[in-house]
Design a protein around this ligand. Structure first.
Ligand code: SOE
Length: 388
């Protein structure tokens, strides 16, 4: 009889946008990747029983829970996936660690650097595996960027130029969602999407030395979601305060001497998910744009002079990491595939005992840069990241 494959039993907290993306990843990963374990989607958890039961049926979970504490205490679950709003990450992760569960947590790790450090201490104390869902590292084009940098094709890195541009809040009548409340989200565009750009910089360039930032909230009051402001309340009473940034940008100096610029906004009219980076080195440059995620633009001074110019590489060949697991060249992949790749790598690392990044220590490093920027905004001065 063939060796019985190991099984990793998953429990997930959250069933909305990230819940759907992560559920898709658990369902598809075994179909496209040869794994040393099979994934068992045991239970999905959410407070609204009707909604979470529907999500369990639709997304393919065997069961559901309405209390995350019950989920973390179940002895038929090995891995807890946390994609609840950011204010819940710390309590769920610490409870899951104490229960001996491996953890995949959505970004940002926590509401604060202090909380993220407590989460890291808890998973280390418990000896469980831990991951933070910086999924963009796992796109073939980003992996190719990393390969070219590590091969020295760009030479000495001088500039890292990152934007994360969205426009879903340009309409002042967009209701006050949890992402606009500091108590729940920790920050606005900064912790939500500068977090991705900071992690990609850590992955591609290295550690930050010091930062200085600015931020702004363009729309300071928004309509409360229907049913929360009191239907018969006067119009003014149906508005709530936005307590986070609509945009945060900052300058950075890296420890390896490179300089960086970072901009995150939800008011870049026309941009929908413009996670971009450009890297300029002494021997060449790279350009990536998530809205064209199957492509990487490359300029190499090592090309013959008459052939020099930015080329657009279609990162869909079998030689490109992960691309060959999907379709023939040119058949492209999408945003959701980045989650399949991170789930594959994390579950393989659990089963084989191999290393995995980004883990909670990477999440703390990101939180440290986020907080250094916030302190610089308060003081108006540069802040050394290691001093945070
Ligand atoms: C909203 O800004 C959001 O869903 C982020 O929270 C995700 O991390 C990003 O991948 C897409 O945009």
């Amino acid at each position: 009889m063939a060796n019985e494959k190991l099984t990793v039993n998953v429990g997930m907290v959250g069933y909305k946008f990230m819940g759907k993306a992560h559920s898709h990843a658990y369902r598809d990963v075994g179909m496209f990747f040869d794994m040393d374990a099979s994934v068992n989607m045991k239970a999905i958890c959410g407070r609204d029983e009707k909604a979470v039961r529907q999500a369990a049926d639709k997304f393919g979970w065997a069961g559901y829970e309405t209390d995350w504490r019950a989920l973390t205490e179940r002895d038929d679950i090995d891995l807890i996936d946390i994609n609840a709003p950011s204010d819940a990450h710390k309590d769920i992760a610490i409870a899951a660690a104490k229960a001996g569960k491996h953890i995949l947590c959505e970004k940002p790790l926590a509401l604060s650097l202090q909380d993220s450090r407590e989460m890291l201490a808890a998973v280390r104390e418990a000896g469980v595996r831990h991951a933070i869902c910086f999924n963009y590292r796992f796109l073939p084009a980003v992996q190719l960027a990393k390969q070219l940098i590590d091969e020295g094709r760009l030479g000495e890195i001088h500039h890292y130029r990152a934007t994360y541009l969205q426009d879903w809040l340009v309409d002042p009548m967009f209701p006050l969602a949890w992402r606009m409340q500091k108590s729940v989200a920790g920050s606005g565009a900064h912790g939500d999407i500068n977090a991705h750009s900071i992690d990609l910089a850590h992955f591609l360039i290295g550690d930050f030395d010091r930062v200085v930032g600015q931020s702004k909230t363009f729309v300071t009051k928004r309509p409360l979601p229907s049913g929360t402001g009191g239907q018969d309340a006067p119009a003014a009473a149906q508005m709530g305060d936005v307590t986070v940034d609509d945009t945060t940008s900052f300058l950075a100096q890296f420890k390896n001497g490179a300089l960086g610029t970072f901009e995150a906004t939800r008011f870049a009219t026309g941009w929908k998910n413009g996670n971009t980076f450009e890297i300029n080195g002494s021997r060449g440059s790279l350009r990536f744009n998530l809205e064209r995620l199957n492509e990487l633009e490359v300029y190499l001074l090592d090309d013959e002079p008459h052939l020099q110019g930015f080329r657009t590489i279609k990162v869909t060949e079998g030689v490109h990491k992960y691309a060959g697991n999907w379709w023939p060249p040119g058949h492209i992949i999408g945003y959701e595939h980045s989650f399949v790749h991170i789930v594959y790598e994390f579950i393989q690392s659990i089963v084989t005992g191999g290393s995995f990044h980004p883990d909670f220590a990477d999440g703390v490093k990101c939180q440290q840069v986020l907080e250094a920027v916030e302190r610089s905004i308060e003081s108006g001065a540069w802040v050394n990241v290691d001093d945070v």
